[in-house]
Design a protein around this ligand. Structure first.
Ligand SMILES: NC(=O)c1ccc[n+]([C@@H]2O[C@H](COP(=O)([O-])OP(=O)(O)OC[C@H]3O[C@@H](n4cnc5c(N)ncnc54)[C@H](OP(=O)(O)O)[C@@H]3O)[C@@H](O)[C@H]2O)c1
Ligand SMILES: *[C@@H]1O[C@H](CO)[C@@H](O)[C@H](O)[C@H]1NC(C)=O
Ligand SMILES: *[C@@H]1O[C@H](CO)[C@@H](O)[C@H](O)[C@H]1NC(C)=O
Ligand SMILES: *[C@@H]1O[C@H](CO)[C@@H](O)[C@H](O)[C@H]1NC(C)=O
Length: 211
């Protein structure tokens, strides 16, 4: 008798939880979807007086980001490695966008870029810095490589962004701005040899160290 009651209880209990679990799951999905939707609806206010500096705007992600933010109404300052890259970007964007020559591996170039950025932003400060410029370098088994193959990617992808960030921090603080670091999944997983992996792992560490 007791056994039957227990069995029945257990049975009804388990079917109850199963249905219940399904309800919770649906509820969870609904809340998740709502949060997602609300987050996507959030907009940055008064973009017309927000300055964003992006490195490596000649091509790729940096170039796209410059165009998208320019279209969105931000004041984009686009760091370009080559005069040609700067010219092409200017032709495709509004007159708000200013290009700034920048070789992120040269301290005097970073210095000059910082001066130009200071002039542009005035006392508004810098609302955004996107550390995007990066090169893959040579990716191959480690024993095929020489030390020179490591230096360049580490300089462009790690030391460059660190120096740029240090220089611009005062301006970023002034605007209570933000820093976006373009890392990579290869900053978590070293798939093969090459300077790219240490550079991006380092970027992750730098990212975390200024929290
Ligand atoms: N593409 C991917 O699948 C992928 C995946 C994960 C992460 N990423 C990261 O995303 C970022 C952008 O990559 P991307 O694919 O857009 O590459 P990309 O098209 O080569 O863009 C990199 C940009 O950086 C510039 N640059 C190179 N050396 C520089 C230097 N010394 N100083 C200043 N600028 C320099 C390049 O200028 P020039 O064109 O004139 O050389 C170019 O405009 C990189 O940090 C990369 O590691 C890319
Ligand atoms: C930085 O600016 C100085 C002074 O205008 C100039 O002489 C120098 O060539 C510039 N350096 C770079 C790398 O652009
Ligand atoms: C990028 O790195 C800087 C410096 O470490 C840090 O302050 C910032 O929060 C990072 N940004 C992102 C989006 O990871
Ligand atoms: C970088 O740092 C920011 C905040 O400091 C953190 O939210 C983010 O997850 C970090 N990004 C990576 C790729 O570690």
């Amino acid at each position: 008798m007791l056994y039957l009651v227990l069995q029945q209880r257990f049975f009804s209990f388990s079917s109850f939880t199963r249905r219940d679990m399904f309800g919770y799951f649906l509820g969870f999905l609904l809340i998740w979807f709502l949060c997602w939707w609300i987050r996507d609806k959030l907009k940055v206010g008064k973009v017309s007086d927000k300055n964003v500096f992006i490195t490596g705007c000649d091509t790729g992600f940096g170039n796209l980001a410059a165009k998208v933010l320019d279209r969105g109404g931000f004041r984009v300052l686009a760091g370009c490695l080559t005069e040609e890259g700067a010219q092409n970007l200017k032709e495709e964007t509004s007159s708000r966008l200013k290009t700034i020559p920048l070789d992120i591996t040269k301290s005097d170039s970073i210095e000059n870029a910082t001066d130009l950025i200071k002039l542009e932003v005035g006392n508004r400060g810098l609302w955004g810095l996107i550390n995007n410029a990066g090169i893959p370098g040579i990716l191959c088994p480690t024993d095929w490589l020489q030390i020179e193959h490591f230096r360049r990617p580490i300089e462009v992808n790690l030391l460059g962004p660190i120096e740029m960030t240090l220089k611009l921090l005062p301006l970023i603080k002034k605007a209570r701005g933000r820093i976006v670091n373009v890392s990579s999944v290869l900053g978590r997983l070293a798939l093969t040899g090459g300077g790219y992996f240490p550079s991006k792992f380092g970027m992750e560490a730098f990212n975390d160290s200024l929290r």
